[in-house]
Design a protein around this ligand. Sequence first.
Ligand code: B1M
Length: 235
Amino acid sequence: MSDSDDLDLRALPDQDLVQQMHDDLYDGLKEEIEEGVHILLERGWTPYRTLTEALVEGMRIVGIDFRDGILFVPEVLLAANAMKAGMTILRPLLAETGAPAVGKMVIGTVKGDIHDIGKNLVSMMMEGAGFEVINIGINNAVEAYLEAIDEHKPDILGMSALLTTTMPYMKVVIDTLKEKGMRDDYIVLVGGAPLNEAFADAIGADAYCRDAAVAVETAKEFMHRKHNVRGGATG
Ligand code: B1M
């Protein structure tokens, strides 16, 4: 920690600064991450580049050492906090497109799962692409999804799961929509590190989204199809 205390982040060239931010994220240094994000933006980096190269890449490294038993939950929580602080700065900038809403999405992490960084990133990127996003948080039981759908009438239902033990819950939600005869009223997109396309197919989702950028592209594509179908039906 003392290394970072002494370091003048502004004196570092871009590449070294990004490297230092990966280290600071690893060490859970929230203020340093905030400062690093500001510096990159001042230097003309786009919010998206700052997000992906400085923050998401840093979190990927944290994930590897968490998996390998080098980092533990308390340290990873600190890293997650630092990441969120950086995302808080970038969120309004990413959303600043001024575009009319191209669709509405309700998104939440499934029951039993409290991972929310990826979901929040998807929300931010979707907002940036002009979607209205209702983020219902973590640990959502099927009732919470139904309530949000009923209240907000979205085009898209997004679900996130980061654990192999919680991903099957997505099927519970989709099966409930089917039972209620509501499944075809929504585009269901799913994502999270342990998922893949075969899983999304097997549970009856419309698509698996590998990352936030793919989520945006997929959502746009489905909205386009939805509008075309409507246009075809009426015209
Ligand atoms: Co957890 N954790 N964790 N964790 N954690 C993982 C997921 C794990 C892979 C780590 C590992 O072992 N390598 C592992 C899961 C193993 C498995 O099931 N296969 C794991 C474990 C085991 C656990 C605990 C059980 C640990 C314990 O207690 N012993 C526990 C479970 C808690 C619970 O949920 N009930 C736990 C706890 C935690 C923390 C609380 C400490 C913290 C979460 C903090 C938070 O989110 N606020 C945490 C973290 C941070 C991680 C890792 C390190 C990082 C996750 C992350 O934020 N990634 C993670 C390791 C990893 O994934 N490599 C790990 C960055 C984020 C940008 O990526 O979330 O993948 P990601 O999101 C991407 C895409 O997946 C996709 O787009 C996103 C952006 O590009 N996407 C979607 C995600 N959701 C989407 C939804 C969509 C579309 C796309 O909808 C349309």
